[in-house]
Write a protein that binds this ligand. Structure first.
Ligand SMILES: Nc1ncnc2c1ncn2[C@@H]1O[C@H](COP(=O)(O)OP(=O)(O)O)[C@@H](O)[C@H]1O
Ligand SMILES: CC(=O)N[C@@H](CCC(=O)OP(=O)(O)O)C(=O)O
Length: 261
């Protein structure tokens, strides 16, 4: 199906998303595109873990996920955050259906490293049929990044990674990371456009660090598929319009001519 737009809403920016943002997502649908929201919720998870006095740590940008942590992550992502986003989309006059990657094996995963990270999964397959059926019914899927393995065990998946895998599997025409900064910043300014090769350099030189790393890694991985480019935009200003570019950073594939020069 053409015109699939995967929009990853980061936990960092959920509170800043405007009513106009959700209206514009619904408008995309009315104009014949197929928006899919994949969301994170890191700050909400942190807050709930703190309230419940459950310790958690990040290893290489991923949350070490014990069974207690997993229970809290599921509660926050599939409950509070997912349903808030469903409400806001429906307030924008669209019909949204909230689900998690573990529903109907939507996001199949394998453990990243059980010893080091516990129940953290990396995507291996996506139930595209389910998503296409929902889209076909004019629904807007709102997906929480909880994956499931072949034995039915649930796993916590980084939301950027989940969005990248879903976009790739569906052959999406756009993948947009909505976050709390204007794009990839260098010397305080958002870069308009960067190639995959430049992104590697920006990671090596420490310009890209922390939460931006899983985002650009997911972007680079999905660029290997059908996507011509991936965008990183600020949730404060993000409003979608068919045929119009968004402000932010565009990550593209370096052409062969560029790579030899
Ligand atoms: N070069 C960079 N440009 C912009 N942000 C960066 C960069 N390197 C690291 N970051 C960090 O990445 C954060 C966004 O990632 P994250 O907090 O995980 O957001 P989200 O919840 O939207 O996924 C920014 O707020 C910033 O602190
Ligand atoms: C494995 C892992 O780290 N999972 C993430 C899932 C949520 C997420 O990715 O949220 P953001 O998009 O707001 O960062 C976590 O537990 O925080």
């Amino acid at each position: 199906m053409s015109g699939i737009v995967v929009i990853k809403c980061g936990g960092s920016t959920l509170a800043e998303l405007t009513d106009e943002f959700f209206h514009s997502v619904v408008r995309l649908k009315q104009e014949g595109k197929h928006p899919i929201i994949v969301h994170g919720g890191g700050p909400d998870i942190n807050q709930m873990l703190e309230t419940l006095a459950i310790k958690s740590e990040f290893v290489g940008g991923l949350r070490k996920t014990t069974s207690d942590v997993l229970e809290t992550v599921e509660m926050v992502l599939c409950g509070r955050v997912n349903k808030k986003l469903v409400k806001r989309t429906q307030d924008g006059h669209g019909l949204a259906v909230g689900l998690a990657g573990c529903d109907a094996n939507l996001l199949m995963v394998k453990p990243v490293d059980i010893k080091k990270l516990g129940f953290v999964g990396e995507p291996v397959a996506v139930n595209t049929e389910l998503i296409l059926t929902l889209i076909d019914q004019d629904l807007i899927p709102v997906i929480a990044p909880i994956g499931v393995d072949e034995f039915g065990t649930h796993f916590n998946v980084n939301a950027d990674t989940a969005a990248g895998a879903i976009a790739e599997a569906l052959g999406a025409s756009e993948l947009i990371f909505v976050t709390d900064v204007d794009g990839i910043l260098k010397d305080g300014l958002a870069l308009e456009s960067v190639t995959d090769v430049e992104v590697h350099r920006l990671i090596e030189t420490g310009v890209i660090y922390g939460g931006m790393i899983p985002k650009v890694k997911a972007a680079l991985k999905s660029l290997k598929g059908s996507l011509p480019f991936v965008r990183i935009v600020n949730g404060k200003q993000a409003v979608f319009a068919v045929g119009e570019g968004l402000k932010g950073t565009k990550i593209t594939k370096q052409t062969t001519a560029e790579s030899v020069s």
